[in-house]
Design a protein around this ligand. Sequence first.
Ligand code: PEP
Ligand code: MG
Length: 579
Amino acid sequence: MEIKKGIGVSPGVVICTAVVLDAEDLVVPKRHVPAEELTREFERFGSSIASSVVDLTRLRDDVTGKHGKEIGGIFDFHLGILKDKSMITQVSKEIKTQSTTAEYAFTVVMRRYATTFSAMQDRYLSERVKDIYDIERRVLRHLIGEKHQDLLHLTQDVVVIAHDLLPSQTAALDRNRVKGFATDAGGRTSHTAIVARAMGIPAVVGLGNLTREVNGGDVVIIDGNAGVVIVNPDEDQLAEHRETEKRRLRMETQLATLVDLPAETLDGVIVSMQANIEFPAEIDDALSRGAQGIGLYRTEFLFLSSDVEPTEEDHYVAYAEALRRLKGRPLVIRTLDLGADKQSQHHQSNPERNPFLGDRSIRMCLHDIPMFKRQLRAIMRASVLGDVRIMFPMISTLMELRQAKMVLNDVMEELEDEGIAFRRDLPVGMMVEVPAAAIMATNFAKEVNFFSIGTNDLIQYTLAVDRTNEKVAGLFCPAHPSVLLLIRDIIRAGGRSGISVSVCGEMAGEPLYTLLLLGLGLNVFSMNGPDIPEVKKIIRSTTMEHAKTIARKVMSFDSERQVMHFLREETRKIIPEAF
Ligand code: PEP
Ligand code: MG
């Protein structure tokens, strides 16, 4: 039995059999394979070599055609290694004698080759070590990629253990079979975590080296509330976690009775409860939890769930579906926020050194106007089907906002020329998620119809903490007084200019911050559907006056610890069972 502590990013407890996904570029852990399953490992090894030979032959012929035989010949060395009988015998022997997986056996043999080559006196030969790593990665990609494929055809319930999962991989998990996941890497507001919360499956991230300690088939408890993973638990632990889960489900049932009631404070102030989604299919669930509309539609997931860029029609179909499900309720469509941890296929092969500070989001759209226009055309066409609002992400300068609005105007003119219907008065808003925009909120407020505060990025950029890095996850804190000052000022700036302000970062769905945000004057909250009932309960259990008093007190603190301690105590006074 092994207990590992990480970051609980999606609540709930699940007890289930593990499937382990290794990362291609990491040391592959040694896993034990029972004797009766070894034949399958030999077969997997054989087919990964065969597929790699096919890839390489195609690559060699292609490169030879374009650049000549000499360059193409580089791949003959790779092909030579893959067809080498001695290599194949060595790997087969490792699988058999060590009772291990094809990927582990192959890695052991490739490391042996690498050591031999790098020890060679001849410079040309010693440099071949890089080719060995390249060959290793290619074959592992086949072996490990095959397991990712297997995940799409599960026949029993599992929990997924992985070094990391891309948001797109998470979104593609079979919701009927994958009951939870745990990863070595990641932070609370990484998009992988956000997707898990939206899917409503328990998840823990930032576990360090969990993948080395779990074998496929092990029984695992994933406790997303406590941020704990227990590998091969004993009877007491099983009983304890089953009990915790029962308690949580009881509370959920109680909260479900609030669905049709307004988020109204005891002194009659009404707050709008909106949901965040990645896919239109999430809308029904969000509505069933009390969402009054969609405050953030992360449209980039349309991109991430496919290998090719969506067409204008793909965008339009998705937006039309969302509006059909919403039946007149509002839909805030955020334009593509690609980049950083939401890489498109194209960018994965061209990694940036500092992707969160790089060609991300609105910057990427303004660098690729045809792509941007395809999306804007689809949004405008969909604008006649319901209450559509458009929102630009990651705006950091007024010029950027103006450029984005100019492209939108161009699109409107094009549509007009083509005789296509659209709503010219559609509200245009922006995310305030970069400190530069937060500090200049008054200026920005004059040029948009609404603000939505993206606390996930606002915290990351204000505190200089990568939101996906488990090593600094302890520093990522919404309660930091600098972040709270920015939020307060954005809400004030919006209020003075008469535009609406919402918060759509994860902070909006964290019960710890509900009283504070309410007291700062926030009246639109947008969060993952499953978070709505608890936040609503807090709003319904307090008065605006009380929330304002709490906010005033919080703003007098100078440390995040004081803020969190105070808010925890105050929230518990209202709802003793909170947290
Ligand atoms: C945010 O940054 O808070 C936000 C809502 O956007 P995303 O999490 O998609 O970056
Ligand atoms: Mg953001």
